[in-house]
Design a protein around this ligand. Structure first.
Ligand SMILES: NC(=O)c1ccc[n+]([C@@H]2O[C@H](COP(=O)([O-])OP(=O)(O)OC[C@H]3O[C@@H](n4cnc5c(N)ncnc54)[C@H](O)[C@@H]3O)[C@@H](O)[C@H]2O)c1
Length: 333
């Protein structure tokens, strides 16, 4: 019998805690240790999962012999350094998006991963979602002929208060749009060539970007838009790919499929509330795939190179906002 892969969780906030739960559903992997700079957070998640070692810090977790792989769920700007340390300690790495906000830190992390020969997977869970995979399959199968235009609508539910002000970098680009940058590359198999962003603070009027339209051109000539905002009716996750011979679209998954018809109209249920509901199966699938890649020595579907490309697109988008102009990806990466 192959022993379970011992997993150490670094960061036990909102998503770390969710990953701890998802890991319990992944065959062949077992959560064995947790570290968080906030010890109370680490202890709370440990208590939910039985016999788990709580470490003072990342260094001590990485020295734990029971840990063969780590799941990193700390804030984005810490990712590069933690990946570098984990890989240098010989641990396989699953890292939440974004891979980092800084390309130099990303490159050092990727070099450490290459040197150590460990597996690195990035948390682009939408690649493991049945609906997005169907869109990609339909494109690959030539169902719309040559794709010309792609639209992604990716809106969080209406959230209380303005978004976290993360200083000079637009939080929206690395928190939310980063998934869409990755989805564009995943669906089309092409790289970003140029991006132009129209940002706004239309939702909260607080001077922090909470709304944006990113227009772009890809290396293969496909043009498109990413539309980010917050929706009063729930989590809005749609895509349309338009090509010479037709179009492919996915609609929102709703809370149930019944429609009620009366004299005022035909009424359908709201979309699922947010990412834990909409993407649960993809979070479990991505962690199961990570364990499988470690066992087989295979390249993950969401690789370090994919993480770097999405962060490069986000940095070009940031530059477009700062300088009010279209920005070629080649200018920054
Ligand atoms: N894939 C997805 O759908 C998805 C959804 C939400 C968030 N995320 C990503 O997950 C990551 C975490 O987001 P979150 O919402 O859970 O944030 P959070 O603030 O709720 O949790 C972060 C945790 O990390 C801890 N931490 C901070 N620095 C640390 C360090 N150096 N070492 C150890 N622990 C540290 C904090 O104490 C906190 O408990 C982010 O990168 C975010 O973009 C991904």
């Amino acid at each position: 019998v192959t022993p379970d892969i011992g997993i150490g969780l670094i960061g036990a906030g909102t998503v770390g805690r969710l990953h701890a739960g998802y890991l319990s559903k992944v065959p062949g992997a077992r959560l064995v240790a947790i570290a968080d700079v906030d010890r109370t957070a680490a202890e709370a998640t440990a208590r939910e999962h039985g016999e788990i070692a709580v470490h003072e810090n990342t260094v001590s977790l990485l020295a734990d012999g029971a840990v063969a792989a780590v799941v990193i769920a700390t804030p984005g700007e810490t990712h590069g350094r933690i990946i570098e340390a984990a890989a240098s300690a010989g641990k396989h790495v699953f890292c939440e998006k974004p891979l980092d906000l800084d390309l130099a830190r990303i490159d050092r992390a990727l070099e450490a991963v290459r040197k150590a020969g460990v597996t690195l997977q990035v948390g682009f869970n939408r690649r493991f979602d049945r609906d997005f995979q169907s869109v990609r399959d339909a494109i690959v199968d030539g169902k719309v002929g040559e794709p010309h235009i792609i639209h992604l609508i990716s809106r969080d539910p209406l959230l209380p208060g303005p978004p976290r002000d993360v200083g000079p970098l637009a939080g929206l680009l690395f928190d939310t749009t980063i998934h869409d940058f990755d989805m564009v590359r995943f669906l089309t198999g092409s790289e970003f060539d140029e991006v132009y962003v129209l940002p706004g603070d239309h939702v909260h009027r607080a001077g922090v970007i909470d709304t944006a339209v990113v227009s772009f051109r890809l290396g293969n000539g496909v043009i498109g838009t990413i539309d980010n905002s917050q929706a009063a009716y729930g989590y809005d996750q749609r895509v349309e790919v338009f090509g010479l011979n037709g179009a492919i679209a996915i609609e929102n998954e709703r809370r149930h499929l019944a429609t009620v018809s009366d004299e005022t109209g035909v009424h359908a249920a709201l979309p699922l509330p947010f990412y834990p509901e909409r993407y649960e199966s993809s979070y479990i699938a991505e962690l199961a795939a990570f364990a499988e890649c470690i066992r087989m020595g295979a390249e993950p579907l969401a690789s370090g190179a994919d993480g770097r490309a999405a962060s490069a697109a986000a940095l070009a988008a940031q530059c477009s906002i700062d300088e009010c102009r279209p920005v070629r990806i080649a200018e920054i990466s």
